[in-house]
Write a protein that binds this ligand. Structure first.
Ligand SMILES: C[S@@+](CC[C@H](N)C(=O)[O-])C[C@H]1O[C@@H](n2cnc3c(N)ncnc32)[C@H](O)[C@@H]1O
Length: 274
């Protein structure tokens, strides 16, 4: 039987705590959620699902895994770990929301082996793939706007290039808990965008001001350079939505590029409960 850590998880239908009963998680209202053989639990009821297969395609996920496994974004991971160290007094539970194929989730689990780690994503394909990164993590399919996580139970939420739902994040955060949000800066992968698009309209990007449930306690714009060979460039293209928009002639240009130096630029922002 797969042992699943359901600490802090609640039923997405009635909000009651979930406990494991053989191969399922159950609540006192008798709602039952099977633990898939890969080791995740689907806590996304149909009424919270807005499309049949939400999220990245399997091709995008495979490319993301190949790219991240090579460590190109380790500086981002290190910044997140440093922010947790600096801003969070306690690290008993970390929830990585929009965890994708689980790179950052599992790296944080290695750095915090005693913590309860939850990896949640709306995409079943992503969570299924994430399971292979470690059984000690509570992998769930769930939406960021309706988290099956108990009130005031999480010390750190990470949102890595994914959605922040302020009111919901504030609900599940402990008093004193933090959200570490990473979003792309204006010049993020700008050299790649110049190949993909005929005209790059450089929109000035900045994270949106919190609406009142959370407050900003720190925000930094960080950057570093990456030198990528052709295979790495194609993986990077294919892990982003640009892959769905690129014109065939521009893709052909990219496929013949031998190597390219790229800028990674991102905001790392810390949000606390208001
Ligand atoms: C750009 S990817 C980032 C994945 C991962 N954090 C990383 O950096 O490798 C954004 C992720 O957010 C997920 N996502 C999109 N909308 C979501 C929602 N409403 N709730 C939870 N996850 C969501 C997608 O399925 C996708 O895996």
């Amino acid at each position: 039987m797969i042992e699943f850590n359901c600490k802090n998880l609640i039923c997405p239908i009635c909000g009651e705590p979930l406990i494991q009963s053989s191969g399922s998680l159950v609540c006192s209202g008798r709602h039952t959620y099977d633990i898939a053989r890969q080791g995740y639990v689907n806590l996304l009821p149909v009424q919270q699902k807005h499309s049949l297969a939400p999220g990245d395609t399997p091709q995008m996920l495979a490319s993301r895994r190949a790219f991240l496994n090579e460590g190109h974004y380790t500086p981002i991971l290190n910044d997140v770990a440093a922010a947790i160290q600096k801003y969070s007094g306690r690290v008993g539970t970390i929830a990585d929301i929009g965890c994708g194929e689980g790179y950052y989730t599992s790296e944080l689990a290695q750095r915090y082996p005693k913590a309860t780690i939850i990896g949640a994503d709306i995409s079943k394909a992503a969570v299924r793939m994430a399971c292979s990164r470690g059984r000690s993590i509570s992998w769930i399919t769930a939406t960021a706007s309706h988290l099956p996580i108990a009130e005031r139970s999480v010390d750190v939420i990470t949102a890595m290039f994914s959605l922040v739902c302020e009111e919901e994040f504030a609900r599940v955060l402990q008093n004193g808990g933090i959200v570490v949000e990473v979003t792309a800066g204006t010049n993020h992968l700008i050299e790649l965008k110049r190949i993909i698009y005929d005209d790059v309209f450089e929109q000035h990007k900045h994270p949106k001001k919190p609406q009142g449930f959370l407050k900003e306690t720190g925000c930094e714009l960080r950057s570093f350079k990456l030198m990528l060979d052709n295979t790495q460039l194609i993986n990077l293209l294919q892990m982003t939505p640009h892959t769905l928009r690129i014109r065939p002639e521009n893709r052909a240009r990219l496929e013949t590029a031998s190597e390219l130096e790229l800028t990674a630029e991102y905001f790392i922002r810390i949000l606390g409960k208001n």
